[in-house]
Write a protein that binds this ligand. Structure first.
Ligand code: ADP
Ligand code: MG
Length: 634
């Protein structure tokens, strides 16, 4: 299966030699690195035996940084310089970040200060981009791997959420490059989890991956057929995770202990206690929270697992709603699901497992540590990609495009080239032509979204194809190719096939769409489908009207003498009729369908009125071609 033959330039391909490759789970809350040793995947620990590296970087005044546990310890005392959950900022602009005003950071709007649109954070050690911060986490993991494996890495498979768009994936790759890591492949997190459970060798069918991490919830519906995983749909909530359970418990403690609003420091202390209590309740029936406030006041509250489940039930309910939506999107029902995989530390909570189990009428796969399963799956994949595969081990992994990729055509319409949910990698081409006689350049506008009009979609990139030899309108053949690689990055190329002129672009949008935004764009497309179709028909009619007006005008310029005065006047009347109808067609107070009908009638009248003229022009050009030629030459 050719798609897995990813040979990176500079990578030696010597067979039969074990090559060190790792899988990295670059998480919002925690990151991990894993590898396959003697055929068994394992998570690598730091020198203190800890496997989870908190995804936290604290910048220091001397320009250095602390990474992981050491940084996390200062989260509450030095919040401005301690970057947590940087994954949320990857490939995002300031305006993409929800509730940025509630975060402790001094954000720099990347659109203004040369950050290619990505938000940045001003710290004591200077302005830091999310890519740099992520690179520091990755470099720490790389060091850990090289120390414990005693050799240099060939490369790594890094996991990303299935819904990550182009900008977020590119930012992740950039971070890896900065950390000196050769990315063998980006892999979607649910697919990695499914691999860790060996589902790729299981029976063909549909699998659901339920991932409740620290601050995010993701649900993915995967389909396995012939050893190939395909992501049928993704969904979730980018602002729902274990942290919300901590917060709910914190509020409950406040109520129980009848506490007045707390200082920042006391809040932070109590939040840490709440988190510890939550984690204990996953294995104990009861726990006691004890904290001493700055004032010296002792807080002491006992909570049972039952009560904790009750007070956080609505949070679990939210995840169930997201599951229903993702199942609808994938067009599968509970009976179609052959297995469920639990991912993320927060799925250790028994009431979460119970709810998922009840929903799917099955016991979910949960015997691998839910916070390690993604890294383990990535390690298995990395091992294969590095060439350490055993006989019969070759399979493909497929992801899908979250939104359709299209091109702007005349009239501000979108022609979809790669439809939403296409499995990647993929390439599709479509032919276009010129609109005007002698047109030598063509603007290519790449857009993303489900709607029919460009103005309702998101613009990804623009470029021009120049140097098209002058030809009659419609004679040029321009082939536009869209290609999405295994990492989900898009390249677009346009080529005029007669002259061979070409132009291309790799789309690196300045910042990405959030999953909420993807959801909104999909929602919009469903609710506006009918109106969009009418607008599309109208726009097409407008384009046709412009085309026939141009053609008539150029015919009159060269051959008006073929028409009598009365005929010319009649034609002028029809031309005016089309012009008026074009103008009227922009009157938004009238239904698009009615406008289109009126325009269509005028265009048809002009088309009919020019039939005779066209016939005479044809005769004339035939006569001209024959003039002075003897019969046997013809
Ligand atoms: P992410 O994917 O966001 O990096 P993780 O998968 O590491 O996050 O999950 C982190 C979350 O899991 C935190 O909210 C943490 O409190 C929670 N968690 C870890 N262990 C337990 C446990 N035993 N019981 C309940 N929640 C837990
Ligand atoms: Mg995770």
């Amino acid at each position: 299966m050719a798609l897995l033959q990813i040979a990176e330039p500079g990578m030696s391909t010597a067979p039969h030699q074990h090559r060190l490759a790792v899988g990295i789970d670059l998480g919002t809350t925690n990151s991990l690195v894993a590898t396959v040793r003697s055929g068994i995947p394992e998570v690598l620990s730091d020198e203190d035996g800890r496997q989870l590296l908190p995804s936290v970087v604290r910048y220091l005044a001397n320009g250095n940084a602390n990474i992981g546990h050491k940084a996390q310890a200062h989260q509450t005392t030095d919040p401005k310089n301690t970057v947590v959950s940087v994954k949320r900022f990857m490939g995002r602009g300031l305006k993409d970040i929800a509730h940025a005003e509630n975060l402790p950071y001094d954000f720099v709007d990347g659109d203004r200060e040369g950050g290619h649109g990505m938000v940045q954070i001003r710290t004591v050690a200077g302005i830091k981009s999310p890519v740099e911060t992520s690179a520091q986490i990755l470099a720490t993991l790389r060091q850990r791997a090289e120390d414990s494996l005693g050799d240099e890495l060939v490369g790594a498979v890094i996991t990303v959420p299935a819904y990550f768009d182009d900008a977020q994936r590119q930012a992740t790759k950039d971070a890896a490059q900065l950390a000196g890591i050769n990315v063998l492949r980006l892999l979607s997190e649910p697919t990695a989890a499914a691999i860790a459970y060996g589902l790729d060798h299981a029976k063909e069918g549909v699998y659901a991956v339920y991932d409740l991490g620290g601050g995010t919830f993701d649900i993915s519906i995967l389909k396995l057929s012939k050893g190939v995983f395909e992501v049928l749909s993704t969904g979730g909530d980018s602002a729902l995770g274990g942290d919300d359970f901590d917060h709910r418990l914190f509020c409950w403690i406040m109520e129980q202990a009848k506490l007045a609003p707390l200082s920042h420091q006391d809040t932070a202390t109590l939040m840490v206690k709440a988190r510890q209590a939550k984690e204990q309740l996953s294995t104990n029936d009861e726990t006691t929270i004890e904290a001493i406030l700055k004032s010296g006041e002792l807080v002491q509250v006992t909570i049972t697992a039952h009560t904790f489940a009750e007070i956080t039930r609505h949070l679990v309910g939210k995840t169930m709603n997201a599951i229903r939506k993702a199942m609808r999107d994938a067009d599968v029902s509970v009976e179609d699901v052959d297995g469920v995989v639990m991912v993320g530390g927060a799925t250790r909570m028994p009431h979460v497992r119970r709810a998922v189990s009840e929903f799917f009428h099955t016991i979910p796969h949960a015997n691998i540590d839910p916070d390690k399963v993604v890294a383990l799956g990535a390690a298995i994949q990395a091992n294969l990609l590095a060439g350490n595969r055993a006989e019969g081990d070759d399979w493909l992994l497929l992801d899908v495009t979250p939104l359709s990729l299209g091109i702007e055509t005349m009239g501000g319409l979108v022609e979809k080239i790669i439809p939403r949910n296409s499995t990647i990698p993929c390439a599709r081409a479509q032919e276009f032509t010129t609109f005007k006689d002698g047109q030598t350049a063509l603007a290519v506008h790449v857009v993303q979204g489900e709607r029919e009009l460009v103005s309702d979609c998101r613009s990804l990139a623009r470029f021009e194809l120049r140097g098209i030899p002058p030809m009659a309108a419609g004679a040029a053949r321009i082939r536009v190719t869209y290609q999405v690689d295994a990492d989900g990055l898009l390249s677009v190329a346009a080529r005029e096939t007669r002259s061979g002129v070409e132009a291309s672009i790799t789309v690196k949008p300045s910042y990405g769409l959030g999953d909420d935004e993807v959801a909104r764009m999909l929602q919009d497309s469903y609710s506006s489908a009918q109106g969009d179709m009418q607008m599309r028909a109208l726009r097409e009619e407008q384009v046709e009207a412009e085309r026939i007006l141009l053609a008539t005008q150029s015919a009159l310029e060269s051959d008006a003498d073929l028409l009598g005065v009365a005929e010319q006047a009649a034609l002028a009347g029809l031309v005016q009729g089309v012009r008026d109808a074009v103008q009227g067609s922009n009157d938004t107070s009238i239904e698009p369908g009615v406008r289109q009908d009126a325009l269509h009638a005028a265009v048809q009248a002009l088309a009919k009125g020019t039939e005779e003229f066209a016939a005479r022009r044809m005769d004339k050009s035939v006569r001209k071609a024959l003039a002075g030629k003897s019969l046997d030459e013809v």
